[in-house]
Design a protein around this ligand. Structure first.
Ligand code: BDP
Length: 691
């Protein structure tokens, strides 16, 4: 066991579960033989899973027999199948234990083959997680239309913010060599319902749009198609200049528009179901429409016009901030909100979960709910750039859940904005920045697989409880025995709050080391741009700590709906978790716990370290339940994490003590080293920048 099989391990079932499985999956009845590639993928997965879990291969049949798994669509359903097909939508599925022709069978029903594939994976999940297979009645329809991974993979196979080895796309050998991993990648994604993938980094090279690279992308698209996954590309806005030899990339220039139309036609020639473009423009030095005095909608609409005849979409990112902005957190709203209603119908504006940048905790982005005329996609980061890379066990399910369930104050949660229900949009999307690489375990650590998994499940249904998703993952990945399963899931669910505590408690943010974002560096104040410096974000001094985003400060809080702005605008009603995000407060500010702000800050750092120490103990106790190699790997990483949690705690306390001039609260352990020692640490080879 090295984690390579992800959650699709299909280990033999035990006891009653085995008896049920053998009785309920004797044969697979399919609508047509040999069927389309998607149907074949579904059947192959069922055969693989059942053979491995039940110890014998199910027969493929066209006639109903006792214990059959019957794959049915409206056109192919055997007589006697009665269900409300319209409730299943295009990709939804139904699992039902029933009787057909007097024989007990299990129905896997869907309107199309993608739904049959998802339903087959759902049935396998039910088997792996210990569901009663003789009494199944489950139905699920995805709430979000486009469920995408965003790979920040470069053409030289480095991965920006990747901590799991090199890019799995072997561009050099494509299109001639198709690594078998591509199929496993597609299986894993299809098992979660992910139906699209952006192959290349948002900091894009124009070369990805040249004929040789399009041939490579087309080869991947051919592998993924049977699994319901479409390929997308990040597009560099200045490509018409760099590739086309034009003098400008001005979106209003007819020659530029013609270039993109021709490029789109060329892409669809090779990839008929190409999904569209993801664009990072006028952000962190990337070219964009503002270079020509145009705004984001001009740029997005030009690309949308080129893709529209082919059915493609533009995902235009809202991650922008200017060096002179008085508050970086307010910039995206200021640039994008006024453009509501100006985007073409096939444009989705893709917004990060929070207004800064994938921090351990941020409030939800104020654009959610504030652009009713524009479809907004939620962008989450699965790779743990700011959360301890792949050496820290931080389960992101609760982070994703927190943003999805946040009430925007505009009449619904972020989930309701993103799934289109709040404002009646049919074009809907969720994107996750992938954590996948060439490591045997795919994600850099065993537990980081769970972040990929949680993303996929929540993209399909943003209202799933993170705790239930974590339990499913554990059951499929480690063990379905309830006691051990629940113990592991509890450990995962506590881990997100732990990282917040030991890195950036009480709403602090962006205290990480320069560039690579490894380790604590709250003292950094000398970077070229003010809004890259940790001191810009925490604003600690003798007088207190925190970024005043209330009416007395930057007033970024006013970008939220009035009810939310009122709550976050007053320190008395701001949840402690976000206090220093919105307020600058004196060190002796009284906290709900009865402690001063300074004592509370120290207590939270201590709590973070203590939680990690506890996670380590709990993991050690699970040794009998887990195979040796994976147990040892996780244990080694937890030891690293505990050491680094202490380092974070010590360095931050040493620094904040120096700027506040306050003594440590009574009984608190002093930092292990003097502040200067932490400041002197260097990590030139920390991973993740990748070009
Ligand atoms: C930041 C990363 C940077 C990305 C950028 C983005 O540090 O590498 O290019 O986000 O999302 O989090 O474009």
């Amino acid at each position: 066991e090295d984690g390579h099989e992800l959650w699709l391990r299909y280990r033999p079932l035990q006891g009653q579960a085995m008896v049920q499985l053998q009785a309920g999956a004797r044969s697979i009845v399919v609508p047509a033989q040999p069927g389309s590639p998607t149907l074949r993928a579904a059947v192959a997965e069922l055969q693989r899973g059942i053979t491995a879990m039940a110890g014998r291969e199910p027969v493929l049949a066209t006639r109903i027999a006792q214990g059959a798994l019957v794959l049915a669509t409206p056109g192919s359903a055997p007589p006697g199948v009665e269900l409300r097909w319209d409730e299943l939508g295009r990709e939804g599925w139904l699992l039902r234990s029933t009787r057909l022709q007097g024989r007990p069978v299990t129905l896997i029903a869907a309107n199309g083959e993608a739904g049959l594939l998802y339903g087959s994976f759902a049935w396998l999940r039910a088997a792996q997680t210990g569901a009663d297979l003789s009494r199944l009645e489950q139905r699920s329809v995805p709430k979000v239309g486009l469920r995408l991974l965003n790979h920040w993979d470069n053409l030289d196979r480095s991965v920006e913010r990747g901590y799991a080895g090199a890019s799995i796309w072997d561009w050099w050998k494509l299109p001639d060599l198709l690594d078998p991993r591509y199929v496993d990648y597609a299986r894993a994604n299809a098992s979660l319902g992910i139906n699209g993938t952006v192959l290349n980094n948002v900091n894009a090279k124009a070369e990805s749009l040249t004929a040789p690279f399009l041939a490579k992308a087309a080869a991947l698209a051919d592998v993924f198609r049977p699994y319901g996954i479409r390929v997308y590309l990040s597009a560099r806005f200045s490509a018409p200049v760099e590739l086309g030899g034009l003098k400008t990339a001005d979106p209003l220039d007819p020659a530029v528009r013609a270039w993109w139309r021709a490029k789109a036609a060329e892409i669809y020639e090779r990839i008929p179901d190409f999904g569209g473009f993801l664009v990072k423009a006028n952000s962190e030095g990337q070219p964009g429409p503002q270079d020509y005095g145009r705004h984001h909608a001009d740029g997005a609409n030009m690309l949308a016009e080129a893709l529209a005849p082919h059915g493609g979409v533009v995902m235009w990112r809202a991650f922008v901030y200017a060096p002179d902005a008085k508050d970086r957190a307010a910039q995206a709203f200021a640039e994008f909100q006024p453009l509501d209603g100006k985007f073409a119908p096939n444009v989705i504006v893709q917004v990060k979960n929070g207004p800064i940048d994938f921090q351990p905790r941020e409030p939800f982005h104020p654009l959610f709910g504030a652009m009713p005329k524009t479809p907004l996609a939620l962008e989450l980061q699965i790779t743990k750039e700011y959360l301890g890379f792949s050496t820290h066990l931080v389960h992101l399910g609760p982070l994703f859940e927190e943003v999805l369930q946040a009430d925007t104050g505009h009449g619904g949660t972020v989930a309701r904005v993103v799934d289109g229900r709040l404002h009646g949009h049919r074009l809907t999307a969720i994107a996750g920045v992938a954590n996948i690489g060439t490591d045997r375990n795919w994600s850099g650590s065993q537990f980081d697989q769970a972040n990929w998994y949680a993303f996929g499940r929540l993209a399909w249904d943003p209202d799933l409880p993170a705790a239930a998703v974590a339990r499913d993952w554990v059951a499929q990945t480690f063990t379905a025995r309830p006691a051990a399963r629940d113990a592991i899931a509890r450990l995962m669910l506590a881990s997100r709050e732990a990282v917040v505590d030991y890195m950036t408690p009480l709403g602090l943010h962006h205290l990480m080391g320069t560039g690579h974002h490894h380790g604590p560096a709250p003292w950094v104040d000398n970077l070229e741009r003010a809004d890259w410096n940790p001191v810009y974000f925490h604003r600690a001094g003798r007088d207190g700590i925190g970024f005043d985003r209330s009416a007395t400060g930057s007033n970024a809080v006013a970008q939220y709906a009035p009810s939310v702005a009122r709550r976050f605008g007053d320190p008395r009603t701001t949840p402690p978790e976000l206090l220093l995000w919105f307020h600058h407060l004196p060190w002796d500010h009284a906290m709900p716990s009865g402690r001063t702000l300074w004592a509370e800050l120290v207590a939270r750092y201590d709590r973070g370290v203590a939680t990690v120490a506890d996670m380590r103990r709990r993991w050690a106790a699970l040794e009998p339940d887990i195979d040796a190699a994976r147990h040892a790997e996780v244990a080694a990483y937890l030891a690293v994490q505990e050491g680094e949690a202490r380092w974070w705690r010590d360095a931050c306390i040493a620094y904040f003590q120096a700027v506040s001039g306050l003594p440590l609260p009574p009984g608190v352990r002093p930092p292990a080293q003097p502040l200067e020692a932490y400041k002197a640490m260097r990590f030139p080879f920390a991973p993740g920048r990748g070009g």
